[in-house]
Design a protein around this ligand. Structure first.
Ligand code: 5GP
Ligand code: MN
Ligand code: MN
Length: 478
């Protein structure tokens, strides 16, 4: 496969449409040559080529440098299909619908809170339930749950879980309008009704970081970030509810594909025409799950603020930088072959990265481009970047979403003991609050790619601009 890859730039590679008969568009890979060698060790590029065969796909099937193998679609992938007749595919969004990250900013330097770090970690750990299938203290009646599914962050703020400005600083204002609670089956609702405000396990976390480097002071100013500042990074999604929505609709689409005459090279690419009944039902259920995820990050924000105040006093504040989704599909307008076209953009392990001037960015950040929040791992840096106009042209306004796994969970566990990982981190001054040592082994920093390399690729390729680097000080995990 490597010999069939054309080098477009040191950071971008292309597999032509002619590589396989069934491709509808080329495949594009953002990576350095070194990274490419690693990427080719798993099935992710083969999966990307499979994606390029989807009915209605536009321009190119794209992966970011954090790419790795996923369910049907590679993680780190972007695929846009023509609205309204192109397909929508649950595998192109992922099981954790609207998994995403949110960054909160303290109004003070980390040095001011350093001596309270362990208390803060303990308070957050006890306030934000974590672990697989864990429920929390917010239990929603079916009517309230429907409201959450319909209105997302807005309902949360109206019910005391945050501020109006949190909504403005959330992608899509924390609410996809097409959400339909009736498209979400009972089983999914049952799994979700008591999970609001819970983190889940493994890769999900709440983390206290220090801003340890500013790369672009103008944009950092616009974002309200400064060197030495304490910030809180939150990563989670739609919990059991979103997972069940994905499960239910993948099953439905697997059996409806035949009816629509859709053939895909891998069953996991199950999909339906966007304008079909199945396509619409899934899109509306996915939006409801996305709203649930935003409500969840809003509930966690509220609980983190409570913990923060309980340790640091009533007038300590955590304000929002931004909240981005990295597993979602959205209807957007993009320029394709010189024309503006409406497309269904699937981002699976990819972050929206709209550039300066885009009307969908909150007015506060519109001039500089939207914040793009990239977690690295519990032992390395994480980054804040800004969207650019290059991303609008090259990647449907998208960038990477993390460092990306380079080791499977089972391999990571074979290599390291959780207790070792814990010790190493503590020795480096990084505190950890976790319910599971095995989880820590799976999440060892070495299980992920080098986030500095990944971020350098997107920044050198121009699809996002480096603004600030964060260093973990306290990691709270499931
Ligand atoms: P995903 O959504 O693919 O599970 O995770 C997104 C990214 O989060 C991963 O690719 C990884 O780089 C990053 N990540 C996983 N665990 C942690 C953590 O504990 N802290 C930070 N800062 N990043 C993490
Ligand atoms: Mn997730
Ligand atoms: Mn995620």
């Amino acid at each position: 496969l490597k010999k069939d890859m054309k080098r477009i730039s040191p950071f971008l590679w292309k597999v032509d449409k002619g590589y396989r008969d069934d491709m509808n568009v080329p495949a594009m890979i953002f990576a350095t040559e070194n990274m490419l060698d690693d990427v080719l060790k798993d099935r992710s590029i083969e999966q990307l080529i499979n994606v390029s065969t989807l009915p209605g796909i536009q321009k190119a099937a794209i992966v970011m440098p954090d790419v790795h193998e996923g369910y049907g679609f590679p993680i780190g992938g972007v695929a846009a299909t023509l609205w309204p007749s192109g397909v929508i595919s649950p595998g192109g969004i992922g099981y954790d619908i609207n998994c995403g990250v949110r960054l909160l900013k303290a109004d003070c330097e980390f040095s001011k809170i350093r001596r309270h770090i362990e208390l803060l970690g303990a308070a957050i750990y006890s306030n934000v339930p974590s672990g697989v299938g864990k429920s929390g203290d917010i239990v929603l009646s079916s009517k309230k749950l429907d409201n959450v599914l319909k209105h997302g962050s807005k309902w949360m703020v109206e019910n005391g879980y945050g501020y109006e400005e949190d909504i403005e600083r959330t992608e899509s204002s924390g609410c996809l309008k097409n959400a339909d609670p009736d498209a979400v089956f009972e089983k999914a609702k049952k799994r979700g009704h008591d999970q609001l405000g819970t983190m889940g396990a493994g890769n999900h976390f709440v983390e206290i970081d220090i801003v340890d480097e500013i790369f672009d002071s103008e944009i950092a100013n616009a974002y309200g970030l400064f060197k030495g500042q304490a910030v809180v990074l939150i990563h989670t999604g739609s919990r059991g509810l979103g997972h069940q929505v994905a499960t239910d609709y993948i099953k439905i689409m697997m059996s409806s594909m035949k009816k629509y005459g859709i053939e895909v090279p891998d069953r996991e690419l199950a999909c339906a025409p966007f304008d079909s009944n199945e396509g619409q039902q899934y899109f509306n259920a996915m939006a409801a799950a996305a709203n649930f995820a935003w409500a969840n990050r809003q509930a966690i924000t509220h609980k983190v603020r409570q913990a923060w105040e309980s340790v640091l006093g009533k007038d300590s504040r955590l304000s929002m930088l931004y909240d981005v989704a990295h597993n979602i599909a959205k209807i957007e307008e993009h320029e394709i072959e010189g024309q503006k076209r409406k497309v269904i953009v699937h981002r699976k392990g990819a972050t929206r990265a709209f550039g300066p001037g885009h009307p969908d960015i909150t007015s506060q950040y519109r001039e500089v481009g939207q914040p793009v929040i990239i977690p690295g791992s519990m032992g390395t840096a994480s980054y804040v970047l800004a969207g650019t106009n290059v991303s609008m042209q090259m990647s449907f306004g998208s960038s990477c979403h993390g460092a990306g796994r380079q080791m499977s969970r089972s391999e990571a566990k074979r290599r390291r003991q959780g207790s070792d990982v814990l010790m190493e981190l503590e020795n480096r001054g990084i505190h950890v609050q976790s319910g599971s040592l095995r989880g820590l082994a799976e999440e060892a920093p070495g299980a992920y790619k080098d986030v500095d390399d990944v971020v350098n690729v997107v920044s050198m390729a121009g699809i996002a601009k480096k603004v600030a680097r964060l260093k973990p000080m306290m990691v709270i995990k499931g």
